[in-house]
Design a protein around this ligand. Structure first.
Ligand SMILES: [Zn+2]
Length: 313
């Protein structure tokens, strides 16, 4: 579905899917402006009459836009170019107004920016009606006639090898002033809108599309970031727990070392006692020997206990 959200949608039945003139246009590559030679507010009645060529859009004097055919359906205003051309008709006060109104410049630029966003048609001047060219142009590029300039120049007609976009020799569509306006005003403005001001002019539907395409993935990215953050927290907690486990182990190790230290000091005491005991035996001091035996037994018990205490820790 390719409808311009800013347009008044007035579909021509025979160009709708299933209609007698419906043909798909999968890859529009060109946007083409026309002048309608009319002072009317709408081309619906004209286009709705079988046998008449139909454009996708009409831009009124006040810049209001009507859309008659979806932009993924072929219209019929560009003859051999219909297969990939989006066509835009425009009010000109019955041919008396030969330049765009200010409102039309803005409307045509906004429309071109939308076409650029949706169909990726480049916002550059279409060089000719040759097949495969892409960009923004005007009907005269595909018309033979005696125009003010030669084919290939700004105000010239169809170049050799270019598609015929009209069977009417010398048909003035659009006027010189409108061609100059497309190049000097509409295209630069369309580029500015496409590059920066697009959000300022975006409709609710257009914003909805942006939200779907841009904001939703961003939110998924943020959620992913949060999940990773939680994972990082878990990792930190794990590291802290590991630190605590090590701390307990370090404590146990310290207690063990202390017990070892105590054991060694008891053993040094034992050695000292045995030296004293040897002298007491030489002197035959039985009272002292008994005391020393008692102390020796207590030291042995303490050494055993300290060893047991470590083992059960
Ligand atoms: Zn035309």
């Amino acid at each position: 579905m390719a409808r311009y959200p800013r347009a008044i949608w007035k579909p021509i039945e025979r160009y709708k899917p299933g209609g007698s003139s419906h043909q798909v246009m999968p890859n529009p590559g060109r946007l083409c402006y026309h002048t309608a030679v009319t002072s009317g507010d709408s081309l619906f009645a004209l286009f709705n009459t079988p046998g008449n060529a139909v454009a996708h859009f009409y831009v009124r004097e006040d810049g209001k836009v009507e859309q008659y055919v979806e932009t993924r359906t072929r219209a019929s205003a560009n003859l051999e170019g219909n297969h990939d051309t989006i066509s835009v008709e425009s009010w000109d006060d019955g041919g008396r107004r030969r330049t765009w109104t200010g409102a039309q410049v803005e409307a045509c630029a906004e429309l071109a920016a939308w076409v650029n966003k949706v169909h990726h048609i480049p916002l550059r001047r279409l060089p000719s009606s040759r097949p495969g060219t892409e960009g923004v142009g005007w009907h005269r590029l595909g018309i033979d006639g005696n125009f003010p300039q030669r084919p290939g120049e700004l105000l010239g007609g169809r170049v050799p090898g270019g598609e015929h976009w009209s069977a009417s020799f010398g048909k003035v569509c659009p006027f010189d002033g409108k061609i100059l306006g497309i190049v000097n005003d509409i295209l630069p403005r369309a580029r500015r809108i496409a590059e920066g001001d697009w959000f300022d002019m975006a409709t609710k539907a257009e914003l909805g599309e942006v939200v779907e395409n841009k904001v939703a993935p961003l939110r998924r990215e943020l959620a992913e970031y949060r999940r990773n953050e939680v994972a990082r927290d878990a990792k930190a907690r794990e590291e802290f727990a590991e630190y605590r486990r090590n701390e307990v182990a370090r404590d146990a190790e310290a207690r063990k070392e202390f017990a070892e230290f105590r054991r060694n000091s008891f053993r040094r005491e034992q050695l000292l006692i045995s030296l004293i005991r040897a002298q007491a035996e030489r002197l035959g001091d039985t009272a002292t020997i008994q005391q020393l035996n008692q102390v020796q037994a207590e030291l042995e018990a303490a050494i055993r206990d300290s060893g047991t205490a470590i083992d059960t820790d």
